[in-house]
Design a protein around this ligand. Structure first.
Ligand code: HEC
Length: 104
């Protein structure tokens, strides 16, 4: 189980390198996900009410959501918690994080 997960991430990293602008690099996303886990859970499953789980969500959706927070298109009291998080991410970070959470 563990071994196949590592293999999968390795394969994703290789395919990500082949087409840089397409799908994100899940391994790089995992490396950036430490701060996210405080609110979204270590495995992408949130324990907190009002804080969404990210595990298994579609990568496209996650990436669009992150961009919408960064561009301040998602506005709500809860979104105000997420906006500063997204504002610190580059486009590549967002795509990599989206790829990572979609694999969980
Ligand atoms: C301080 C707590 C906190 C941290 C840290 C945090 N988030 Fe969030 N995040 C939230 C909250 C609260 C929401 C729900 C906001 C809303 O209702 O729009 C959210 C929403 C999201 C969503 C939208 C999910 C959906 O289903 O629409 C994504 C994607 C996301 N966060 C990704 C991340 C990533 C990636 C990181 C790390 C870089 C991160 N978050 C760090 C609190 C946090």
């Amino acid at each position: 189980m563990k071994k196949s997960a590592v293999l999968l991430i390795g394969l994703l990293a290789i395919s990500g390198g082949a087409s840089a602008s397409a799908a994100g690099d899940a391994a790089a996303g995992k490396a950036k996900s430490g701060v996210c886990s405080a609110c979204h859970g270590g495995n992408g499953i949130s324990m907190l009410p009002g804080y969404p789980s990210l595990a298994g969500q579609k990568a496209d959706y996650l990436e669009k959501a992150l961009k919408a927070y960064k561009n301040k298109q998602r506005i709500s009291p809860q979104a105000m918690i997420m906006q500063p998080q997204a504002s610190m991410l580059s486009d590549a970070d967002m795509s990599n994080l989206a790829a990572y959470y979609s694999t969980l």
